[in-house]
Every structure is written in C-alpha cells, then in structure tokens.
Design a binder for this molecule. Sequence first.
Ligand code: TYD
Ligand code: MG
Length: 422
Amino acid sequence: MEERPAASEIRTGTTIRPASVGSRQPRPLKEVEAADELRFHTGMDELDRVLGGGAVQGSLVLVGGAPGIGKSTLMLQICHNLCQFATVLYVSGEESERQIKLRAQRLGILGDGLYLFSETSMEEVIAAVEQHRPEILIVDSIQTIYRTASSSSPGSVAQVKECTMALMQLAKGMGVTVFVVGHINKEGSLAGPKVLEHIVDCVLHFEGDEHSSYRILRAAKNRFGATNEIGVFEMGDRGLMEVPNPSEALLSGRPKDTPGSCVTCVMEGVRPVLAEVQALVTPSAYGNSRRSSNGFDYNRAVMLAAVLEKRGGLGLSNCDFYVNVIGGLTVDEPAADLALVVALASSFRDKSVPYDLAAVGEVGLTGELRAVHALGQRLSEVQRLGFTKCLVPARGSGKLTAPDGLSLIRVTNIREAIAALC
Ligand code: TYD
Ligand code: MG
C-alpha cells in the first residue's frame, strides 16, 4: 500500500504553454564547462574507496543498513576527521545531543567544528543549515525526519521521499555534502521506496553478520565511481576499525583437517579477497531434503549440487546440505563455484581438503570448468596468504605462470577436480 495525497486538480486536454518555455536551450557537449568533481577524504580509507576515492562535494550519499549494524557509529567517526577542515552538522532524530556526546567521548571524538542537532523537523534542519552554513550535513535517519507541511506520518513513503528531495536541494543548491542514514526493512531493502535510490547520488549498504564483528560497506549505486568496491570494518569496543587486509581477517580461525571447507578468491572491485566457503552434507531424515545457503546464492548452490550429482557422480539427492560463507561475506561471483563444489564433495565424502589449497573457477552445467577473469591477480593474493596449491580451470590458465611457491592444479571438469582432492 502506498499513501498518496489526492491530486487537487487534474488537468486534461491541451496545456497552455507558459511564456518562459523556450528560454533555455540545450547546449553542445563540448561547450559545457566542467572541472573534475571536488573530492575530500573522509578520513576512513575504506569508506573513501567505496565512494570512488573520497566523497564528492555537494553529493548526497545514502548509507543503509540493518538496525545496530553501526551506521550511526560510522557517521560519528567520520566526523572526527571531517570537522578538522570543515563545519559539520550532525542531525539526529533518534538520539539526544547528550547521548551523541557520550558516544563521541567513548570513541575519542573531540570535534571542534562539529555541531549536534537533535531534531526531527525538516524545516528546522533547513533553517539550521541556512544559519550555520555547514559544509557537511549528516542526517540520522531519514525515517525519523518529517516535513510538517506534509500530512503523512514520519517514515512513510511520501515523507521519506519528500525529505530526501529537500536534502537533495540543499546538496545541489548550497553545495553541502549530505550523508543520510536509512534503515533497512525486513526484506533487506532500504525502507521507504526504491525511489529514494533514484534520487540520491550514492547508495551504500552497510552489511554484516550479527554474530560476527566484521562489517562490509558496499556501494549499490554511485554516480561518481564504480559500484563493485567494498570496504571492510571490524566493530570493537572503540568503534569501527578499518580492516585493510580483509583476506587475512576473513580466513582467521579456519579449521584444519575438517571436511567441508574450501577457500576461494573473489574479486571485490579491483581487490581480490579470499573467502572460506563451507558446506555440510548430511543424509535426509524424512525423505524430502532440506537445503539452505548463507552468503552464497541459493539457486546457484542448488544448481551446483545438481551438477555434482549428475556429472560428478555424487549421490546428493538424498542429502540435506547447508552452505555458508564465513565472515558475513556474500559471494556472487561464478568464480566461487569450484570452491563450493569442492566443499560439498569434501563434506559428502568426509575427507578434508588440504589446508593450503584454494580453488578458483566457474562451473558450467555440463560440469566443465570455465575461465575466470583476473586470474593472475587472484593467484597473487592466494600466494600472498601462504597457500601452496590452487585448483584452476585448465582453460584460460594455459599461458599463466603461477607466482613463486604456488603450484597450479589445472582441471577441465569437476570430476577431475574431485579426483585430485578426495
Ligand atoms: P549503531 O551505530 O548505533 O547502529 P545503527 O545506527 O546502525 O543502528 O551501533 C550500535 C551497535 O554497535 C551496538 O549494538 C553496539 C555496537 N558498538 C560497539 O560494539 N562498539 C562501539 O564502540 C560502539 C559505538 C557501538
Ligand atoms: Mg543509529
């Protein structure tokens, strides 16, 4: 259900052309003057990377995430650096100024140029911006801010949209860089309408497993950069810490000599990241098998299990299986296929995969292994973290020389891959 105010007047028929129409003209591209967009560093390299090399002045950035993931903490922490060279206005509709102060104290944020404003009325926010002229405005969260002029309740679709539009006007009109926090609803999309994503310049998703301290910041939309970069943080007792070396962090605590686990390398933007894919295969209890997947696309996992059954000769149809990617990471790259196939086979046969082996490759429906892009970069990362063997598709890796200390096991299909391991 979407609430919409009744249109006061519906025009029909031909419209009258206002006198001003026609006064503005399209311009040829080469006559448009444009300098590079002005960027500034937020003081957190991981955030800068996701934004495409720093925040663009006058842009509107939406940071979405589940409650308690650390959105407010992230916003407050970037203030620490931002307020050293700019005036920052931090508007919170959720916490009192005292609460924010206490949190800032705990995080060690002093902030000379940081102004706190506990307010939920959009009109008041606009007035404060006009009066204090901050360079950076942070609004936590969009669902708590409302326009008194609008009759709908705070957090409703109409309100969220109107307030975002108003913030966009502040950003474009006055050159204020605006960071907006948005809540995620149960389905995992940004609460409020999808239209919100169309309005803003950047949409960042702050994700993480509730049982893990790792947080991943991912760009879902970016008008000023690529969207495939991720930033990795760890939540500790002193707030969010950047994790410049995510592979090492994600692999820490990996079990040795245990079946059902295989490491792969996925590309997150231009950065290779190692991930541990786990699978648990058990006989089904009541005839109908249960399958579930966490961090790995469910349909793809089921498809790979079917390929493994048909082309690899493993009787998985009478088995339950559960798939998990460690550390709250979501792998959505076909290059992780081989690792899942190996993990499933390893759990099914109850034989562990060598601790120093990684697997990279896409699996097709006939069980063939297909080439993946950026294989050289992935192998360097695999080698850097101390792996000595890597399963790779024979196709596409023929001319590749492996980094020192890493031996490649070239396979053409999953049957060969399983034979090489278990
Ligand atoms: P918060 O930023 O309030 O989440 P959001 O704004 O996304 O709802 O973060 C709240 C969680 O972060 C809370 O459960 C406690 C945890 N936390 C820490 O572990 N360490 C810290 O230093 C801070 C400030 C929060
Ligand atoms: Mg919050």
